[in-house]
Ligand binder design. Structure first.
Ligand SMILES: CC(C)(COP(=O)(O)OP(=O)(O)OC[C@H]1O[C@@H](n2cnc3c(N)ncnc32)[C@H](O)[C@@H]1OP(=O)(O)O)[C@@H](O)C(=O)NCCC(=O)NCCS
Length: 139
């Protein structure tokens, strides 16, 4: 971990989760969605800035525990980006899969532009054109 930050291997508190998604430019979610969703994480972590005690980074893995894992909610507060926090978060989540899941785990994610180089450094490769991401948001 970069000096001055602590990694906690749990989801962030609901209010920090909602704030950090918005601050990082991810789509806003409701408290109801966060309260229902965070306990469903297969793995999660957040980063605390030790001087201010603020949650400034997070990431989660949704998974079946067997072979299929999906990385979501990768976010670092803009004031703390480009210090290696995103790298530390992803490293911790992938290590958790390596340690806790059977061999052969398939790990995927939907990569927004800010994270693409980070994910590629960790071995992620684009699936298109063979497989493209498709999404549906229900009303
Ligand atoms: C994607 C995201 C989580 C990355 O977080 P981050 O903490 O900035 O990630 P890192 O610091 O580990 O790496 C980012 C860059 O900073 C560089 N960096 C790391 N430590 C550094 C340091 N001490 N000094 C200068 N640069 C540094 C890395 O090399 C990397 O460079 P690159 O992207 O040009 O290859 C962050 O940009 C973010 O929250 N973006 C908005 C939300 C988002 O789009 N999330 C992804 C959804 S898929």
């Amino acid at each position: 971990m970069p000096v001055g930050y602590a990694l906690v291997m749990d989801p962030p508190p609901v209010e920090d989760y909602l704030r950090l998604r918005a601050d990082a430019g991810l789509s806003p979610k409701t408290e109801e969605q966060a309260v229902a969703g965070l306990p469903g994480s297969w793995a999660a972590c957040h980063v605390v800035h030790e001087v201010t005690d603020q949650v400034v980074g997070m990431g989660r893995v949704l998974g079946d525990g067997g072979w299929y894992f999906h990385v979501v909610d990768m976010a670092v507060h803009p004031g703390h980006q480009r210090r290696g926090l995103g790298d530390a978060i992803l490293t911790a989540l992938l290590e958790r899969i390596r340690v806790s899941a059977p061999g052969g785990a398939y790990v995927n994610l939907l990569a927004d532009p800010p994270g693409r180089r980070l994910y590629a450094r960790h071995g992620f490769a684009e699936t298109a054109p063979g497989s493209v991401g498709m999404a549906l948001t229900l009303g």
